[in-house]
Design a protein around this ligand. Structure first.
Ligand code: RFL
Ligand code: PHB
Length: 391
């Protein structure tokens, strides 16, 4: 088998890259370790920046998002039992975010790919990448007991944090920057109306962080900060709802409609960047290259901006016959990545309870939060980052 770009991973980065390349007439094959259903079963991000929404529309995968996604003009911060709205729309000359689940984004991209008849290999075993320091890279995998090989011009490593692509780069060629946080997020998905159909609510409380989000007008997503070693089984639905209520202001807490969880999981929080994002003919994109804590809702959106830059680079190469794009890819992506890393780290630091913060740490958080909601300059900085820095 031969293709121009072999894409490893059928998460949002791989699928969106495949769609952008196809639109530009560039051949690609996606090789995914899991089944399609498994990929769709992972409940993750929910908030899309306008740039991500535009890319999905551009590749013809935006129809359902436009009818089922909900547009948000503001977010809310809750601290010291008080709610404060940040008018994101007003502070950014009319920019908004859209609540639409990563699962749905993935499903729409999968459906569009299938409708276009583009090749995706699911349940590929023992995926390995070879010769990416030469002009003839190869990808190997096992399917139905047989070993297959794909020859290609380029490999796009869209295989997430635990993927094979970053791990295949010699240690001496890669530099890694990391911060692990001393807590996790316990998330619950439930078919109940959201507490606020208009806003995403971020809570700072002495018992820990909380977040009220949504997937639609009938499906809600809530999170609470939990201990890093907590197990999902320790948290009954009732215990989760009780704890969430304790962390919100009383009026908001009263409005929470509870119901049985349809998904419950714990995610660790991490900041991570690998530099560079290009090694010969291998390019990393999305979680394969970097991780942010979910507090800023940036993970999926960064994946989208990476693959936009990467598809531009391949278009330069194949259509305009210049290598300037592929040569500049890593630097261009990392500039945006580090700004999102900074924002996600800073919002995480501001909103969570850290075991060693003490009374001083809490007072500093409260002072910063008060400043944030009372200064137009500070709220604008938050709003500008939240809707996404320009592509
Ligand atoms: P993904 O979604 O991890 O997809 C990578 C795909 O590659 C496949 N794969 C392989 N395929 C072939 N061969 C191999 N050796 C392979 N190894 C792995 C995997 O099966 C998978 O299908 O990465 P991608 O596409 O870069 O997309 C990034 C986003 O998924 C990610 O940034 C966000 O979901 C991060 N994230 C969140 N972001 C938010 O903005 N808000 C959230 O609430 C939020 N919650 C989360 C998250 C990430 C989590 N992870 C990574 C465990 C919650 C969790 C639990
Ligand atoms: C979500 O809806 O899952 C969500 C929303 C905002 C975040 C993180 C996750 O910051």
């Amino acid at each position: 088998m031969r293709t121009q770009v072999a894409i490893i991973g059928a998460g949002p980065s791989g699928l969106l890259l495949g769609a952008l390349l196809h639109k530009a007439g560039i051949d690609n094959i996606i090789i995914e370790r899991q089944s399609g259903d498994y990929v769709l079963g992972r409940i993750r991000a929910g908030i899309l920046e306008q740039g991500t929404v535009d890319l999905l529309k551009q590749v013809g995968a935006g129809e359902r998002m436009q009818t089922e996604g909900t547009v948000h003009h503001s977010i809310e911060l809750v601290f010291k039992n008080q709610r404060h709205a940040i008018d994101v729309h007003g502070l950014t000359d009319g920019k908004v975010v859209t609540a639409y689940g990563q699962t749905e984004v993935t499903r729409d991209l999968m459906d569009a790919r299938q409708a276009a008849g583009l090749p995706t290999v699911y349940e590929a075993g023992d995926v390995s990448i070879h010769y990416f320091d030469s002009a003839q890279p190869k990808v190997r995998y096992v399917k139905d007991g047989q070993t297959h090989e794909i020859a290609c011009d380029f490999i796009a490593g869209c295989d997430g944090f635990h993927g094979v692509c970053r791990a295949s780069v010699p240690k001496a060629s890669i530099q890694e920057f990391e911060r692990v946080y001393p807590f996790g997020w316990l998330g619950v998905l439930a078919d109940v109306p959201p507490v606020s159909p208009h806003a995403i609510v971020y809570g700072n409380h002495e018992r820990g962080f909380s977040l009220c989000s949504m997937r639609s007008l009938t499906r809600s997503r809530y999170y609470i900060q939990c201990a890093i070693d907590d197990k999902v089984e320790q948290w009954s639905d009732q215990a989760f709802w009780d704890e969430l209520r304790l962390r919100l202001d009383p009026k908001l807490a009263e409005r929470i409609i509870t119901g049985p969880s349809i998904e419950k999981s714990i995610a660790p929080l991490r900041s991570f960047v690998a530099e560079p994002m290009r090694f010969g003919r291998l390019f990393l994109a999305g979680d394969a290259a970097h991780i942010v804590p979910p507090t800023g809702a940036k993970g999926l959106n960064l994946a989208a901006s990476d693959v936009k830059y990467l598809s531009d680079a391949f278009v330069d190469y194949y259509i305009d016959k210049t290598e300037a794009g592929i040569d500049g890819y890593s630097e261009r992506s990392l500039r945006r990545v580090w700004k999102a890393e900074r924002f996600s780290w800073s919002l995480t630091t501001l909103m969570h309870r850290f075991p060693d913060a003490g009374g001083f740490g809490q007072k500093i958080q409260e002072a910063e939060l008060e400043y944030l909601v009372s200064s137009k300059a500070a709220s604008t900085a938050l709003a500008e980052n939240y809707v996404g820095l320009p592509l």
